[in-house]
Design a protein around this ligand. Structure first.
Ligand code: GLY
Length: 287
């Protein structure tokens, strides 16, 4: 049976290698991609995820993360969580149970504390310095100024697909702001019968098209991974331009149940892919 892992941005390369090695050893896709995402969360030189993530408008780092299992359709997610090491690990644990699968703010932090998740101050000296330099020009900043969600999708040797995401969200976001990353169907979606998808870019735009769910529905209708990814992004991009005269940056990764993949994007974008027949590598799309 095949395995494959697909992830957003070149920052995911080491995590992609790790996830691929776990998948090659027969590990469940969820465990493999949580390890991959966590490697990105732990790296302070990546400024849009986890430790070293960019602060909000008050100089504090709040993180979002999500996870979905394509066999059960169970999902777990956390939003606007501060001072914990790995939102994706907390999200993964929240897939258990019929309710309370998406927790935000104080409730999410209380859950993480009670379940023994590791605490960490994610505000690095470098991120704090950047905040101090930029805080007076919030209105000039665009969504992509230091804003790149890490998303991992994987197919394991049992044919299960899953998706995981993690971000610090928009640089200088308002307190309490959530983007697409913790929202199932929007920032990520997985259904082992068809495929999985996950998004990076301006969360408010991605929400308008429930982009990840839209792509998986295209797979369900029989389209290829490439067609599903391109159609989902291009249609939303065109619709937003028609209605509002503009569309912000968004990119979508799609992994089909046969291990083939596709990318939809309206900006230049890097991603990582590995499978049983391809070494982990960074690929680039220039728009
Ligand atoms: N795509 C991440 C965010 O908008 O927060």
């Amino acid at each position: 049976m095949k395995y494959a892992v697909l992830a957003t941005w070149k920052m995911a390369l080491e995590g992609t290698k790790k996830a691929a090695s776990l998948l090659a050893a027969g590990e469940h896709c969820g465990k493999a991609i949580v390890e991959g995402v966590c490697m990105v969360e732990d790296e302070p030189s990546f400024h849009s995820v986890g430790y070293g993530g960019r602060p909000n408008a008050e100089g504090r780092v709040f993180l979002d993360g999500g996870y979905m299992d394509g066999d059960s359709l169970h999902f777990g997610a956390v939003g606007s969580i501060e001072n914990f090491r790995s939102p994706v690990r907390i999200a993964y644990s929240l897939q258990e149970g019929e309710a309370n699968n998406l927790l935000v703010g104080e409730g999410a932090e209380r859950y993480a504390e009670e379940h023994g998740f590791e605490r960490r101050n994610n505000l690095t000296a470098e991120a704090e310095q950047l905040y101090l330099e930029e805080k007076d020009r919030i209105k000039e900043l665009s969504a992509y100024d230091g804003h790149d969600t890490v998303c991992f999708l994987a197919l394991d040797q049992n044919g299960t697909l899953c998706a995981a995401t993690s971000t610090s969200g928009l640089f200088m976001k308002k307190p309490g702001r959530l983007g697409d990353t913790p929202l199932p169907g929007v920032g990520y979606y997985a259904d082992s019968a068809y495929g999985a998808a996950a998004a990076t870019g301006m969360g408010e735009e991605i929400m308008k098209g429930a982009l990840s769910y839209a792509a998986v529905q295209y797979l369900r209708q029989g389209r290829s991974a490439r067609e599903a990814a391109e159609t989902a992004v291009n249609e939303l991009d065109a619709e937003l331009r028609r209605r509002n005269g503009q569309a912000a940056a968004m990119s979508l990764i799609v992994l089909a149940k046969d291990g083939t993949y596709g990318i939809g994007t309206n900006v230049s974008f890097t991603y990582c892919f590995a499978s049983e027949s391809e070494e982990a590598a960074v690929h680039e799309i220039t728009v």
